[in-house]
Every structure is written in structure tokens, then in C-alpha cells.
Design a protein around this ligand. Structure first.
Ligand code: ADP
Length: 655
């Protein structure tokens, strides 16, 4: 752009500043202001000082020319030269100006870049200082290593942890310093492999639990976070590590302590189970004997004494049973069976069983089952009964007047789940006690044991049993107004036809006298069985071990053998096998042999059957259980006799 403006020099000056022309043509002689004066003013102004100015003069005056050049004119032209020359001059000065402007812009950009660079440098310096202070102040040891495995950074925490000075490790191979000898080869191979695929490794972060060596030779456990970053084409590893030796030792000793505690707990459980079992056996004899004694003629005082003995014995037996159950559950030796049963029938039976106790206290006991309850489900009816007996027992125990109500319904919160609820109008439980009453040996408050007795084990056992069966137990209660205990049970449905209907009991279908051999080494158990069978028509022969039992069976004809499993000389399993072998060899009818065992588990039961026994009775045996078992044998023998008799009726004889 060319500014040619000769009308008004002041205007020209302002214009020149604002439009920034590439060249200014300035007349030397102008009306208001001399061209040289304007030239000087333009040269002195920041915006116009570098713009090429061509002076136009009417005359060739060397002094004026010299003055113009002295004041900064770029050219001096006599008006007007040939347009070609004028254009050439303008182009020349214009190009020079453009070049100058470009240079100027380039300089400005360069300066800006330099400024930015400087800012970046300051920033970098700041970051470096920050990193340095983090590196130096970090509690974790930080080690930096290059692609060859040489140490390039070692912070004070690393110095402290490994016992080396920074200066003695920089430039040395890390493997030789802190890596235990057995891992060095593996470490070097890994570094070599990483170097070959550095692009894949770039940015990698890894956490490792490793062992490391200190300068002293001690081995320590470290937790390390490693990052690998590629810089200038080479990998740089930074490892942040902290010593977890103590923590590991602590965890290990805690683990050892836990194992020891578990072993101790198991031993305690086993001790409890054994002790309870050992107490149960003689206690059962005491109960059995007092039962038998009550059947004899006693005067009023004697009867009261025996009844008190019997009641106390039963209370003790129930505590022992609870302890035994609890210790079995605790030691994990408790299993639940999975057989079809009718939940409705279980509720009805338990209510029927407990009704006398409730009515004895003046309470009404009722039950209700929703109509949509399944006929049969899979589960352990024995354990469901046990929980219901405990809840009902408590409801009756803690209710002075009013009623106890049992309800069986479908649980609306969870599909295919039954809800058993036992409600009472008793003393209730304060909100702060509703959780901990489910813990073992815990009662709502200390006055409970004084007023109502109990051990605080029943609910703990019920909770464990319900949970073993896949359910949940909880209580809703208001102090002084009553409680409702609920428990759920998964309803795994089976067809009603799966229920095994118990044979309908008929009043003593057989009064037949059996010849019974009892193989039992404990004299008190022998006495008890004697006492149980004393008033029955059965004839009992006692032997003390398996050898005697086998010999006696070979000598005499018996209808039933009650075979204790644990006996000296020859145990019950061996004796049963020997008897079965003899029967086979002699082609004899198999004799009914009932195992008497202290163990109720299904595996023990199966073991008895596998040895050749026909049934399995769990000790301590109750009188009624024994009589029922004998009755069943008597009935089956009567049936067999009848069949045999029918077979022997001569043809043609009317029946
Ligand atoms: P125990 O009945 O032998 O004391 P449990 O474990 O069966 O032991 O019960 C623990 C405690 O829970 C009881 O001592 C009693 O304080 C409270 N409890 C249980 N059932 C009821 C109930 N139906 N009403 C009021 N309190 C109850």
C-alpha cells in the first residue's frame, strides 16, 4: 500500500500512523508543514519510524536531499520521474518494507516462543523441584532403574530400607544389590525381554509382592508398585516399595493363632461332646431306673422323692443334650438330612405334644396352617421339630397367662419359603436384648435364670439349626406384652406321594413273648434293659461281649439280638458278621439283630446295616423306644408265623 497524501500534512501524519502503509511518498514543500518537518515527526513516531519514506521534490537541491536523508528519508525523487522508474522505486521500497515487517513478525514470534519456552522451563524446574522433594521426602523407598538394570535413582527412604548410600549404588546393577541370588537370573531375563518390546512395556504398571535383600544380607518382604516409561527411546523403571515384613509376620502369626484357636475350640467342642456323652449314658440309667421305680408300689413320700429325682434328672439331661448339640454344631460335625416330610403335620404333632404342658400352666395353645402350605417338602423334620419344641417351650415358660399360638404360612418376602411363627402373651423382651438372646449362653437379663431357669443355649442352637437348613430366625417383641419368634425354611417341594406313611399303630397286635439276647458290656446298661423288660413277657439273656454273643447264638434259638457296638474282645459289628456267616453256612433263617450304638449319625447307622444288622437304636435308649422296637419285631414274627401256618394248611381244608 502506498500513501500519497499531500493535501494536509497533519492528516497525513495521523493517517500514516493508523493505516501503516508499506511506503510513504512525502512532498518536500507543503503549505502547512514543511516536508522535512513531517519526515522528522514520522521518523520519531513508534508506528511510522520504519516505514520507507520517498521524498518528492520539485528541484534537485543537494542540501535539501542531504537534509532529507539525514532525517531518515529512504529515497529522494524529483517530481515526477518516469512511471516505470517510480513504480520500480515503490516496489523496491515496498518489498524492503514487507521483508522488514516479516522479519519483525518473525522476531516477535521468536520472542513469544522464547518466552513460552522460558515459562515451560520455569514450570519444569518447579515440577522437578516438587518431584525431588517428593522423591526425597517419600516414606516409601523409590528406586529408578534404566533399561540395562542399572540404578539411576535411589531416594533417602531406599537408603534407609536397604542400608546403602545413594552414591554407592548409582550406576550399579540392581540385581547385584537387592535381589536375592535365586531370583537374579529371572530378573535379568525379564529386563532383556522388556527392552526388546519397549513399546508394549511403555506405561506398564505392576504390583508385586517380592522378597529383597538388605545390605546386611537380611531378607525382607516388599510390596512394590513398578512403572515403566519410555524416555528418549529407552525404558526407565521406577519402583515404589515398602517393607511388609512385619505385617506378613503378623498375618502369619495371626493365622497360626487362628489355627491354634480353631484347634483349641475343636478340642473344647470334642471335650464337651465327649463329656456330655459320658454324662448322658449314666444319666439315662438314672432316669430309666427311676421310671422303673415309679412303676413299683411306693409310699407317698418315696414317690415324691423319686419323682423329684426324675424331674431333676430330666432337666439335667436337657441341658446336657443342648451342650452336646451345640458342641456338635460348633465342631462342624452336625449335618441335616433331606427327606420328604409334611410341615403341617410336624406343627400339629408338636402342638399336640406340648399342649399338656401349656394347659398345665393354664395357657391355651392353638395352631393354624395357611391353606396353601405344600403337602410335602424336602428337609430335616427332626431338626424342625427341635426348633419348634424350643420356641414353644420358651413361649410356655415365659408366659404366665394368656395364650401361645403357632402359625405356619408362606413367607411373602421370599418365594418358596415357609414361615413358622410362635407367638405368646408372655413377659416379652426389651429391644436392646432381641439380638443377643440368639448368642450362646445369653439370656435377656440376669434375673431370667433366677426366675425361669435355663442356660441360654436353646435359641443359639435353634439359630444354628435354622441357618444350617437354609433359613433365618428373628424375634418381634414388646416388653410386658409378648413375643413372636419367626423362622423361615426353604420349601423344596416334592410330591405328597413321597411321604412315607408310618404304619398305623394298633394296640399291641402281638402279646407274643420273645427270646432276646442282649450283648452289652456295661453292667448299668444291662440292669437298665433288664428293668425295662421286667414286666414284659419277654425272656432276656445277657452276655458281656461279641465272642459270648456269637457262641450263645450258636447254642440257643433267639428271636432278637440287641447288639451293643462298642464291646471288648469282639465288637458288635464283628459279632454280627460272624453270626451272619454262620447262618449262611448252616442255612439258617436270619435272626433279627438290632445294633445299640452311642452314635446317631446316618453314617454309623449305615455302618451297622452294612455289618448285617436289621436296625439301629441310639443309646441312651428310652424305655418306650426299646419296647416299640421289640414290639415291631414281635409283630413281624407273628406275621411270618401266620404265613408259614397258611402255607402248611393241607389242600382243600376251608379257612
Ligand atoms: P433359656 O430359655 O434356656 O434361657 P434360650 O436360648 O432358649 O435359653 O433363650 C434365651 C433368652 O431369651 C431367655 O433366657 C429369655 O431371656 C429370652 N427368651 C426366649 N424366648 C422368650 C419368650 N418367648 N419370651 C420372653 N423371653 C424369651
Amino acid at each position: 500500500m502506498v500513501l500519497y497524501y499531500e493535501q494536509n500534512p497533519s492528516d497525513a501524519e495521523v493517517k500514516a500512523r493508523t493505516i501503516n502503509p508499506e511506503v510513504i511518498l512525502l512532498d518536500l514543500v507543503m503549505p502547512e508543514m514543511d516536508g522535512l518537518v513531517l519526515l522528522e515527526r514520522l521518523r520519531n513516531h513508534e508506528f511510522t519510524k520504519d516505514i520507507p519514506i520517498i521524498m518528492l521534490s520539485a528541484v534537485e537541491d543537494p542540501h535539501q536531499k542531504a537534509a532529507a536523508f539525514a532525517l531518515g528519508a529512504s529515497d529522494y525523487v524529483i517530481k515526477f520521474p518516469d512511471p516505470v522508474e517510480m513504480l520500480a522505486r515503490l516496489r523496491h521500497h515496498g518489498n524492503a518494507r514487507s521483508l522488514q515487517i516479516r522479519q519483525h513478525q518473525a522476531e516477535i514470534e521468536l520472542k513469544q516462543q522464547r518466552d513460552r519456552l522460558e515459562e515451560t522451563l520455569v514450570e519444569l524446574k518447579l515440577r522437578e523441584n516438587e518431584l525431588k522433594s517428593i522423591f526425597n521426602a517419600a516414606l516409601d523407598a523409590i528406586i529408578m532403574m534404566d533399561q540395562e538394570g542399572k540404578v539411576i535413582g535411589f531416594n533417602p527412604a531406599a537408603e534407609k530400607l536397604f542400608g546403602y548410600d545413594r552414591d554407592e549404588v548409582i550406576g550399579r546393577e540392581l540385581a547385584d544389590l537387592i535381589i536375592p541370588p535365586q531370583f537374579r537370573r529371572q530378573h535379568r531375563i525379564a529386563i532383556e525381554q522388556h527392552a526388546n518390546k519397549s513399546n508394549d512395556i511403555n506405561g506398564m504398571t505392576r504390583r508385586l509382592d517380592v522378597q529383597a535383600l538388605r545390605a546386611s544380607g537380611d531378607v525382607i518382604s516388599l510390596e512394590i508398585a513398578i512403572t515403566a516409561v519410555k524416555s528418549h527411546g529407552r525404558l526407565i523403571y521406577t519402583g515404589f516399595m515398602h517393607d511388609v515384613t512385619e505385617r506378613k509376620q503378623l498375618v502369619k502369626s495371626l493365622g497360626d493363632a487362628l489355627v491354634a484357636a480353631e484347634v483349641a475350640n475343636r478340642s473344647k467342642g470334642e471335650f464337651l461332646a465327649t463329656m456330655s456323652h459320658e454324662i448322658r449314658t449314666p444319666m439315662n440309667v438314672v432316669l430309666g431306673m427311676s421310671d422303673v421305680l415309679l412303676e413299683t408300689s411306693l409310699d407317698i413320700e418315696q414317690r415324691q422323692i423319686v419323682e423329684t429325682m426324675h424331674r431333676s434328672g430330666k432337666a439335667l439331661m436337657s441341658v446336657i443334650n443342648d451342650v452336646l448339640d451345640f458342641s456338635r454344631i460348633e465342631s462342624g460335625r452336625f449335618t441335616v438330612s433331606n427327606l420328604p416330610f409334611s410341615p403341617r403335620q410336624v406343627v400339629e404333632e408338636i402342638v399336640c405334644l406340648m399342649r399338656m404342658t401349656a394347659e398345665g400352666k393354664g395357657l391355651t395353645l392353638t395352631e393354624e396352617s395357611s391353606p396353601n402350605i405344600p403337602e410335602a417338602i424336602l428337609g430335616d423334620d427332626g431338626r424342625v421339630r427341635q426348633v419348634l419344641i424350643n420356641l414353644l417351650g420358651n413361649a410356655i415358660k415365659f408366659t404366665r397367662q394368656g395364650q401361645v399360638f403357632v402359625r405356619l404360612s408362606c413367607y411373602s418376602e421370599v418365594a418358596e419359603t415357609l414361615l413358622f411363627s410362635v407367638s405368646d402373651t408372655g413377659i416379652g423382651i426389651a429391644p436392646e436384648h432381641t439380638d443377643h438372646i440368639f448368642k450362646h449362653f445369653t439370656q435377656a437379663d440376669s434375673g431370667i435364670a433366677r426366675h425361669f431357669g435355663g442356660t441360654g443355649l436353646g435359641l443359639a442352637i435353634s439359630k444354628k439349626l435354622v441357618e444350617l437348613m437354609g433359613g433365618r430366625i428373628w424375634v418381634e417383641s414388646r416388653l410386658g406384652q409378648g413375643s413372636t419368634f419367626h423362622f423361615t425354611l426353604p420349601a423344596r417341594l416334592v410330591p405328597a406321594t413321597a411321604l412315607v406313611t408310618a404304619p398305623i399303630k394298633t394296640a399291641s397286635t402281638s402279646g407274643r413273648s420273645l427270646h432276646i439276647l442282649v450283648a452289652e458290656d456295661a453292667p448299668e446298661n444291662q440292669m437298665l434293659i433288664h428293668a425295662y423288660l421286667k414286666k414284659t413277657p419277654h425272656c432276656v439273656v445277657m452276655v458281656n461281649d461279641g465272642v459270648e454273643a456269637v457262641a450263645r447264638v450258636k447254642e440257643e434259638s433267639f428271636d432278637l439280638v440287641l447288639m451293643d457296638i462298642q464291646m471288648p474282645n469282639m465288637d458288635g459289628y464283628a459279632a454280627t458278621r460272624a453270626i451272619r456267616q454262620w447262618e449262611l453256612e448252616e442255612q439258617r433263617q436270619p435272626l433279627t439283630i438290632m445294633a445299640l450304638s452311642a452314635h446317631a449319625s446316618s453314617s454309623k447307622r449305615e455302618e451297622s446295616l452294612a455289618a448285617g444288622c436289621d436296625g439301629h437304636l441310639t443309646k441312651p435308649i428310652k424305655k418306650q423306644t426299646l419296647l416299640d422296637a421289640i414290639q415291631r419285631v414281635a409283630e413281624s414274627i407273628s406275621e411270618q408265623d401266620l404265613v408259614a401256618a397258611v402255607r402248611h394248611i393241607p389242600q382243600g381244608v376251608p379257612l
